[in-house]
Design a protein around this ligand. Structure first.
Ligand SMILES: Nc1ncnc2c1ncn2[C@@H]1O[C@H](COP(=O)(O)OP(=O)(O)O)[C@@H](O)[C@H]1O
Ligand SMILES: [Mg+2]
Length: 339
């Protein structure tokens, strides 16, 4: 996904905006995007069909799926293939801000509206004029702000905080969540009326474990994206990958492959290049819950990684996704000396 402008730049009054990104898809600013993978499994056929329809229409889209299933990638694809391409694609992670900070981000504010409002500022809604507003993780949105979205979605009109002027923005709305919105509604953390406003065109992205037949072509696609074509997989590697449950979905697969490529010599991927956490046996519902605390779990995980790589701390730290120095620190803290 091309992200041209980390939104925090120059907006130091809201330092915690790490997850708020805004990107503009004007031709001159467009960076090449890795092509999207459209799977062919029965589980994906409907979702892809719906995604293509969504690109041709202007309705509100709600992307539903576990983390890493490609909701953000699909949102961007819909925008890039819609009549709004070439106009801004503005993305907000709704879980990153609450209350007035979130309002200010969305609606903008007038100078003097609050202590740190030293100048007039447009919000993301205004920036999305003519393009697409992507509200990611909408299931986590502050309940107070949810109510205010109703009118915005209906009328596309809003006011900057501390400003009387009614403004309009012609944006197309795409929302995404990995939450069960029905459960959130039942528990009172999501508004039913907002659900009806955003659930105009829902698209379900199935988890990777429900479309394992796509794994070989998806792996090839990801490796190609990493610059590796025709990297053979040792026969037992695919079995290993197919057996994994991929709770982190495509994101996890991509990370595992990237790591394996780093650990391999680039000619062939072997089982030794893969290290996946030992997941509890059985399916999700009957998976037991061990009573180890987190520290104990981390210690065992580090130990397993070291054993797997025959004590090679470089490889173990890569596989664990931590630096060599933090691995040494943890080995000392946990007194891991079994290797
Ligand atoms: N259909 C796809 N084609 C190619 N890459 C994908 C696809 N779906 C997801 N990915 C990759 O997986 C990662 C997670 O995707 P993302 O859209 O951020 O998931 P989500 O928003 O559902 O958590 C991204 O790095 C992206 O490159
Ligand atoms: Mg996402």
């Amino acid at each position: 996904m091309s992200v041209h402008d980390v939104y925090v730049a120059g907006r130091n009054e809201i330092a915690e905006l790490e997850n708020v990104i805004m990107s503009e898809s004007g031709e001159s600013q467009q960076t090449p995007q890795s092509p999207i993978f459209f799977g062919t499994s029965p589980a994906m056929v409907e979702s892809i069909g719906h995604t293509k329809i969504a690109a041709k229409k202007d309705s509100v889209v709600l992307l539903l799926g576990e983390t890493g299933t490609g909701k953000s990638v699909i949102a961007r694809w819909i925008h890039d293939n819609s009549s709004r391409k070439g106009r801004p694609f503005v993305s907000l992670n709704c879980s990153s801000l609450r209350g007035d900070l979130l309002r200010s981000e969305l609606y903008g504010h007038a100078r003097g509206a609050f202590t740190s409002a030293i100048r007039d500022r447009a919000g993301l809604i205004e920036s999305a004029d003519g393009g697409t507003l992507f509200l990611d993780e909408i299931g986590e949105m502050d309940l107070g702000v949810q109510a205010e979205l109703l009118k915005l979605i209906e009328e596309k009109s809003f006011r900057r905080i501390g400003d009387d002027r009614l403004r309009y923005s012609n944006f197309r709305l795409i929302c995404a969540t990995n939450r069960d919105l029905m459960a959130a509604i039942a528990s009172g953390s999501f508004r039913l009326d907002l659900f009806y406003r955003i659930c105009v065109f829902p698209i379900n992205l199935p988890p990777l474990r429900k479309r394992k037949e796509e794994l070989p072509s998806l792996i090839e696609h990801i490796l190609k994206g990493l610059g590796y074509t025709h990297v053979p997989l040792q026969s037992d590697v695919l079995n290993l990958l197919v057996r994994n449950q991929w709770h982190g979905n495509i994101r996890e697969l991509k990370n595992v492959l990237e790591r394996a490529i780093l650990l391999s010599d680039g000619s062939e991927l072997t089982k030794a290049n893969f290290f996946t956490p030992e997941l509890p046996a059985g399916n999700e519902s009957d998976a037991g819950f061990d009573t180890w605390d987190l520290a104990e779990l981390e210690k065992r995980h580090i130990l397993a990684a070291l054993k797997h790589f025959n004590g090679d701390k470089n490889k173990a730290s890569l596989a664990l996704g931590i630096s060599l120095s933090s691995l040494y620190r943890k080995i000392e803290t946990y007194n891991v000396n079994a290797i």
